[in-house]
Design a binder for this molecule. Structure first.
Ligand SMILES: *Cc1c(COP(=O)(O)O)cnc(C)c1O
Length: 240
């Protein structure tokens, strides 16, 4: 076992606390979701042993297999679904995950709600860049925002989904500052929604990855999703 993953986990955790404090918040206000898609069971065990309690995955079947292969150590963690979900895979999410960050359309919200036997915390994924390859509710122009309030109020009627806030992914970039306007728009959208709908429960903002999590925290992130900066490069060449 190499100490690299544990060292990375601790240094990212420290940077999160620093960024939170420099923007006037407590370190505990920001939760670190370690993204473990494409990583081996042994590396995932290392990060859990280092203290990680929230892990993010994109592919439901991969996650279900990992949980089974990991045995009792997986009982210590909350699994977060952060990827696009096809409706035929809803059955996996309902049982394996404790939070879903990527409700990207109304139909998937309805399908998940119908299959749940217990309440599930969820975030609505929003597309604030207008990039066509991106998933999520299209909210790149402010004129779309009022209709989204109606959508959120409707989704809030679903009895098992607990809508906790928003998630976003900025366009791919090498320059972390390029993500700042998107993160800021996400915070402003959350404030707009709370004001227009009265839903004070919309508190969370899931935004920021390895490259730009400090910027995301400065703009109000309450969850950051960090993969390669902790776990190293992903490997999809071998079967997981
Ligand atoms: C893969 C992924 C991440 C993590 O990205 P890194 O660059 O490895 O930090 C975060 N969020 C989503 C939605 C992802 O798919």
């Amino acid at each position: 076992m190499s100490p690299i993953i544990a060292d990375n986990f601790h240094s990212v955790s420290e940077k999160i606390t620093k960024s939170a404090k420099s923007s006037g918040r407590a370190g505990e206000d920001v939760r670190l979701v370690v993204v473990t898609k494409g990583q081996s069971i042994s590396k995932i065990s290392e990060v859990i042993n280092a203290g990680a309690r929230d892990l993010g995955e994109n592919y439901p079947e991969e996650t279900v297999k990992k949980i089974a292969d990991m045995g009792s150590i997986s009982e210590h963690v909350n699994w977060h679904m952060i990827g696009h979900l096809q409706s035929r895979k809803v059955k996996f999410v309902v049982n394996a995950f404790s939070m879903m960050h990527s409700i990207d359309r109304t139909s998937i919200a309805n399908e998940i709600n119908a299959k749940l036997e217990r309440p599930l915390d969820v975030l609505l994924e929003v597309n604030l860049s207008g990039e066509e390859s991106k998933g999520g509710f299209l909210l790149s122009e402010r004129k779309y925002w009022p209709d989204f309030c109606t959508t959120v109020l409707e989704l809030n009627q679903l009895d098992r989904l607990r809508i906790k806030g928003l998630m976003t992914m900025p366009p791919y970039t090498q320059d972390p500052e390029a993500s700042r306007p998107i993160f800021r728009a996400c915070r402003e959208l959350r404030e707009f929604l709370v004001k227009q709908t009265g839903l004070a429960t919309l508190r969370e903002l899931s935004m920021g990855t390895s490259l730009d999590y400090s910027i995301a925290i400065e703009e109000g992130a309450t969850f950051v999703r960090v993969g390669e900066a902790i776990m190293g490069a992903r490997d999809y060449s071998k079967k997981i």
